[in-house]
Design a protein around this ligand. Structure first.
Ligand code: HEM
Ligand code: HEM
Length: 144
């Protein structure tokens, strides 16, 4: 179950990145072309959001069954003083939760904004900051 979940979380990361990038690029193209924000643009943003949420939920489940969490409770010093375990147990989960909140806020904001350019900007900028934060704390060595 644990190994299967890490594989799913590892492969789904490609889907999430791809759909988030499509949403970011679509937003900046829409913004620079001064296009009207259409239902198609909302759909593209929803796909990125949903893929990111699935990834985050997988990560949360993974965290509950991962061996690091048990080690964190019994010997926090050992986890914190070792960069690779600190990345997996603390930095990656915390940073990604912050990134997912920003991505969700970007989507949420666009619904309340009145102009097309403001909607594109909210999605484009918040999703971009989210992706940069996620990329800053990827356990590259473990990524399949
Ligand atoms: C959109 C956000 C996320 C992305 C793109 C992402 C991506 C990845 C990648 C590429 C790996 C390395 C593959 C692997 O170790 O099998 C990984 C590992 C891991 N992620 Fe995430 N992750 C995200 C969010 C989260 C969240 C929110 C949590 C926990 C709350 C989390 C928990 C973990 C854990 C525990 C591992 C280590 C799994 C192992 O034992 O190898 N991830 N993540
Ligand atoms: C399998 C898991 C998930 C899927 C497929 C998913 C999918 C989605 C989708 C499609 C939306 C956009 C709805 C719309 O069209 O307005 C959304 C919104 C949202 N999701 Fe998720 N989600 C998942 C898990 C989660 C989790 C675990 C959380 C929180 C811990 C969460 C928090 C939110 C919030 C706060 C919004 C509202 C954004 C807004 O419209 O203002 N989601 N999700």
């Amino acid at each position: 179950m644990y190994i299967g979940l890490t594989h799913f979380h590892s492969y789904w990361a490609y889907v999430a990145f791809l759909l988030l990038l499509v949403a970011i690029i679509n937003s900046f193209i829409g913004l620079s072309g001064r296009r009207e924000f259409k239902p198609k643009d909302r759909k593209i943003a929803v796909f990125g959001l949903a893929a990111a949420h699935v990834q985050g939920l997988l990560g949360l489940v993974l965290y509950l069954v991962a061996p690091y969490i048990r080690l964190l409770a019994s010997d926090p010093g050992a986890v914190m003083s070792n960069a690779p375990t600190r990345l997996l147990a603390i930095e990656h989960p915390l940073m990604n939760i912050i990134a997912l909140i920003l991505i969700t806020v970007g989507f949420s904001r666009h619904k309340k904004l009145a102009t097309s350019s403001a909607k594109f900007k909210s999605i484009g900028i918040f999703y971009l900051i989210g992706v940069v934060l996620i990329l800053s704390r990827i356990p590259w060595a473990n990524w399949l």
